[in-house]
Design a protein around this ligand. Structure first.
Ligand SMILES: O=C(CO)[C@H](O)[C@H](O)COP(=O)(O)O
Length: 239
């Protein structure tokens, strides 16, 4: 059976991610402190930054990684890193997303790094989001559940709370079937609400609940979206 017309092969998707990432890296200026996101698109950012260093450019740029995986990748490629303790205000952060709505609201957390990602995003003067066009969505929740980072303590109570808000809740598991643990040792509850009419109201409800450490709705944080697809690269800003 042939694939749906709008679907992309794996290599198209990877190419678009790389193109968006490499375009965004052009925003990095010498001397900047840059938040480095997590996931396959953000990995292209780290790789491009490493290439530019090899070419002798942007050698004084330092990164703040949003996950252990990004930290390991950056270190393996010789990209210097710092911490928010040393540099609490970042010039720029570049990160991927799972779903992007027309107002540039995001769902993030497909890799489970949403807590550090949001901390880094809020510590940055500018947040550049890099995606392939398959991430664009008319309404958040259409394509992706909202990941919620919860403390293991009391997690079943959180499931009931989230179900009470209308979600179908799945505790994320690792490949061996044991609970997925974030870099902070938390669980992730993937909450399927379907397309969200009022993501801001939901975000407020989630933020008010003790034990829900953070949620994957990133609203009003995106400074620029770089989206790559069959029609090339497009940069969007919040309207
Ligand atoms: O939020 C994230 C990780 O927590 C990632 O940015 C998101 O999952 C996108 O991943 P990818 O670039 O691999 O498609």
């Amino acid at each position: 059976m042939s694939p749906p017309i709008e679907s992309h092969s794996e290599s198209d998707s990877a190419r678009f991610k790389r193109q968006a990432a490499e375009h965004a890296v052009e925003a990095i200026q010498p001397g900047m402190v840059v938040g480095l996101g997590s996931g396959s698109t953000a990995a292209f950012v780290v790789r491009r930054l490493a290439e530019l260093r090899t070419e002798g450019r942007l050698r004084d740029v330092v990164g703040v990684p949003t996950s252990r995986a990004t930290e390991a990748l950056a270190l393996s490629l010789g990209v210097p890193l710092t911490t928010l303790e040393e540099r609490p205000v970042l010039d720029l952060a570049i990160d991927g997303a799972d779903e992007v709505d027309p107002r540039l609201g995001l769902i993030k957390g497909g890799g489970g790094a949403l807590l550090r990602e949001k901390i880094v995003a809020q510590a940055s003067r500018r947040l550049l989001i890099v995606v392939d066009e398959a991430k664009l969505s008319p309404r958040l929740g259409t394509r992706w559940p909202v990941p919620v980072d919860v403390l293991p303590f009391g997690w079943r109570s959180q499931v009931l709370f989230l179900e009470g808000l209308g979600a179908r809740v799945t505790r994320r598991e690792g490949p061996d079937g044991s609970p997925f643990l974030t870099d902070q040792g938390h669980f992730v509850l993937d909450c399927a609400w379907g397309p969200l009419d009022a993501p801001e109201a939901l975000a407020e409800r989630l933020a008010a609940r003790a034990g829900l450490v953070e949620h994957g709705l990133f609203l009003g944080l995106t400074s620029e979206l770089v989206v790559a697809g069959t029609r090339g690269i497009e940069v969007r800003r919040p309207g």
